[in-house]
Design a protein around this ligand. Sequence first.
Ligand code: ITT
Length: 189
Amino acid sequence: MKRIVFATNNAHKLAEVKAVLGSDYELVTLKEVDITEDIPETGATLDENASIKAQYVYSRTGLDCFADDTGLEVEALDGAPGVRSARYATDGHDFAANNRKLLRELEGKTNRKARFRTVISLIRNGVEQQVEGIVEGRIATQEAGCGGFGYDPLFVPEGKDVTFAEMSAEEKNAISHRGRAVAALVKIL
Ligand code: ITT
């Protein structure tokens, strides 16, 4: 089994990635390598932030590792919240406040097209590579479902009529931005 550090403090992400990677990999958490502080996400893009997180862990541990940075890009909002998805309404990670703000910003707008984009930075033997995964969809007019996390209760993927939060973990992973990015990661691992 190959050991690899996943640079995330988000337990939902960890569970999703574990399920897609399968049993060939032992995912090591930040806590297990004694990184307990928040890694500053100071980049202007998802690509930069994924790289910052992975490089931080590599410089602290010297171990093979990867990081995911994800954003929700809404067409009618010129790509917002994008790289600021975690901190859209408040200083951070208030999923309910973020969803309320998104609904407010889209009030009266007919174009509700959106996509999730995940960038994964992998550092293996000191060499960094990036892969990405995208899922197109739209923002619903009200929240539905209690699965998943973040913007899932508002995001309806293309070709479906339910939100990610109304799907099982397997259904979301099969078509999601993160599921696709991890599938691309597996190809290069
Ligand atoms: P780490 O940086 O510790 O990995 P994070 O929650 O800060 O965790 P991101 O910066 O990548 O992760 O994610 C930004 C936000 O985007 C996150 O807080 C959620 O609100 C949202 N998000 C990410 N992935 C999502 C998903 O699969 N479904 C719904 N919302 C998601």
